[in-house]
Design a protein around this ligand. Structure first.
Ligand code: FUB
Length: 679
């Protein structure tokens, strides 16, 4: 299986040193569906299984980027088999859209033979997604494939899909039920529009665009525009011609596309067959996704966009190598694969000698790096080296990190770096005797300003008993004093590193926010008296599975510490109380605060006398008070519920015994509407 990817990657590199299309090289991907969420572009794709000769797809895949040139593999957001009504091998084109902080993923599958459109919902753009309705949103019907979704400025949501006709409908605000009837647009195979499939709805400068695969097979990409999302649509032209089987565009007979505007630039995503085509394969399956930058004409026209193997020339930002970078973040790679079985810890595996990873536009700054650190693990009998080269695969070698067998335990290894400053592409190449040499989880460089040991934030260790503010974690930087999964400081307050510290008037100060499973913070502490202690922690979470655990010198000292959910109000902090699970030894230690479960904010933790009476629990849940009418996803009334400040809306519905699903709560005065997913 690996050979398909190996040979194709060699071909790509010989074609051009700048060749970064296809953008995902470790698996075959198709039907790219890009979406901008804040500062990040996510691309959802179908996943063509290796070596198949049909559209055999068991799951979808998701990738993200903040710079448009380096892509992070985020694994599978959901599998076809997670839709209980769906047949196997039929995970075709999809699209995700955000509404009110929830993420809705529309997919193609089949139900008892014919195709159908399904929907799943998640709390995080990359998933995991769950089917809230347990049945197709539309279909089964042989013409129902390739959903595209859109929310207009007035809040009305629309869904479109189909081959060889383009259907459309309105969606209710819950995004999982259809409002009214399913209609046909004026785009059909028979019309002059040559509509085939793969529609993509978008709006740019007040014009509604419908981009679609056209002209039967081999497909082209065409577009039509309208002054309304409900049409009628006017044909405007061809955006991409059918490809040829050459080194630039080894076309598949399908081309499925999507467009976005991001940071003042416009991008066109599509798929071709370059990764496998070099073997002479022309079957049209096992496809791979590509992207090109383009500019709209002054009249709103979209130019002809030829397929290139170069892709995006200029990143929208440089990559900071002094923050942890996942090994699965890359512009291009050769040979290796991703292990994404645990979606919380995706890593690079299948590393053979001469495989490589390319990372673009890495900004080493003026001071420069002096150390390279990588997290690796290695089974006995294996081992090898990570070499770091500048600008070319065989460019200047600035570091070599030897990886010895570690009984397959993850460990951070480090090595010195030849002084490097400024912006460079870097290539990790792998040398050694074996195939499958080791596995590679993440890396970072250390610069002179971060060349400091781990020390207490305030100069002196925090005292136990006493209160520790979450944002006052130790100095020492990423990997030493903290680990933040994306290295991006989303709160942009208090400290200028990768931890998401934010300022809040509600809590009268700072807190660590947006914390995700696997992240951690460390505090140098001084235990004044060896003893067991009561612990209280001021936390806020919207996820019933999120909490924290505490460790002293890597030994667990607490159970899972959790509060009730905050009912979507992130400023609704609650206090959780527990006891240390053991006696804390006197003296100086490292306290680790480990995040368990996604999305939790931490204001402070406090250790206090084990004999003290419990403090009054501050229970400032959002104003979920008064009577609410409960509507099901179908718009039927499922009863009423009385808001209670101490219970989240989700808990209140669960207590009522309502089944899993999406519900809309409307206060009787109609001023407040809350969407609740019971799962
Ligand atoms: O990926 C399977 C099918 O191929 C899609 O649904 C179509 O748009 C075409 O790309």
């Amino acid at each position: 299986m690996k050979n398909y990817l190996l040979t194709a990657a060699s071909f790509m590199m010989s074609a051009s040193i700048l060749a970064d299309n296809p953008i995902f090289q470790t698996d075959f991907t198709a039907d790219p569906a890009p979406v901008v969420i804040g500062d990040t572009v996510f691309v959802f794709t179908s996943h063509d299984e290796d070596g198949v000769d049909y559209f055999t797809m068991n799951e979808w895949r998701v990738f993200s980027t903040v710079d448009m040139v380096n892509w992070t593999d985020r694994g599978a957001p959901i599998q076809n088999s997670d839709f209980k009504w769906a047949d196997r091998d039929a995970a075709w084109a999809s699209q995700m859209i955000e509404r009110d902080g929830k993420y809705y993923f529309y997919i193609t599958s089949t139900s008892n033979g014919p195709r159908a459109i399904g929907v799943a919902v998640a709390d995080h753009p990359a998933g995991p997604y769950k089917d809230p309705i347990g049945k197709p949103l539309a279909g089964p019907n042989w013409s129902y494939i390739d959903p595209t979704v859109f929310i207009d400025d007035n809040g009305q949501a629309y869904a479109y899909w189909g081959n060889p006709k383009l259907f459309w409908c309105k969606l209710n605000k819950d995004m999982v039920t259809i409002d009214g009837r399913i209609n046909e647009t004026n785009l059909t195979a028979e019309s002059n529009y040559k509509y085939t499939e793969g529609p993509w709805i978008s709006k740019h400068n007040g014009i509604y665009y419908m981009i679609y695969a056209s002209h039967g097979v081999p497909e082209k990409i065409s577009y039509a525009t309208s002054n309304s999302p409900e049409g009628p649509w006017t044909f405007r032209g061809i955006i991409q011609e059918s490809g040829t089987h050459n080194e630039v565009n080894n076309f598949a007979f399908t081309i499925h596309s999507g467009v976005i505007d991001f940071k003042g630039h416009s991008y066109f995503f599509y798929h071709n067959q370059n990764l496998r085509g070099e073997e002479g394969y022309t079957g049209g399956f096992t496809r791979s996704c590509c992207v090109e930058e383009f500019t709209y004409g002054a009249d709103g026209s979209i130019p002809l966009i030829p397929a290139t193997n170069i892709g995006v020339k200029n990143p929208v930002k440089n990559l900071d190598p002094y923050l942890r970078v996942e090994a699965e973040t890359k512009a291009f790679s050769h040979g290796l694969r991703m292990n994404y079985k645990d979606r919380n810890n995706i890593f690079v595996h299948g590393i053979d000698r001469d495989d490589y990873i390319k990372v673009r536009s890495v900004d080493f700054g003026e001071e420069g790096a002096f150390k390279f650190v990588a997290a690796v693990r290695c089974a006995s009998g294996k081992g090898g080296n990570i070499e770091v080269h500048l600008d070319k695969k065989d460019g200047e070698k600035i570091a070599v990190l030897g990886v010895e067998p570690t009984n397959n335990a993850w460990q951070e290894l480090e090595t010195e770096v030849t002084m490097v400053t400024g912006v460079h592409d870097i290539y990790f190449t792998f040398s050694g005797q074996n195939s499958d040499m080791f596995e590679f989880d993440y890396w970072y460089f250390v610069d002179q300003s971060h060349n400091i040991p781990q020390t207490p934030y305030n100069g002196e260790p925090a005292e136990i008993p006493g209160k520790i503010q979450a944002e006052e974690y130790d100095l020492g930087g990423s990997g030493k004093a903290y680990y933040d999964a994306d290295g991006q400081n989303r709160g942009e307050a208090f400290r200028k590193d990768g931890v998401d510290v934010y300022k809040s008037d509600e809590i009268d100060g700072y807190a660590v926010g947006y914390a995700q499973k696997g992240e951690w913070l460390e505090y140098t502490v001084n235990v004044k008296v060896a003893d067991e202690y009561k612990i209280r922690a001021r936390l806020s979470t919207g996820n019933e599975n999120a909490g924290i655990k505490l460790y002293l010198d890597d030994e667990e000292i607490s159970d899972f510490i959790q509060t009730a959910e905050n009912g979507e109000d992130w400023e609704a902090y609650l206090i959780a109380e527990t006891m240390t699970t053991k006696k804390l030894p006197e003296g100086e230690h490292i306290l680790k605060l480990q995040i368990e479960g996604d999305w939790i904010n931490i204001d402070w933790i406090e250790f206090y006398d084990k004999n003290a009476s419990n403090v009054e629990v501050i229970n400032n849940l959002p104003s979920f008070e008064g009577e609410y009418t409960v509507y099901t996803a179908d718009g039927k009334i499922a009863g009423t519920v009385n808001g209670d400040k101490s219970v989240s809306p989700k808990k209140a519905l669960k207590n009522k015994g309502l089944e899993n699903g999406v519900y809309l709560l409307k206060s009787v005065d109609e001023k407040t509407t809350i969407t609740v997913v019971v799962e």
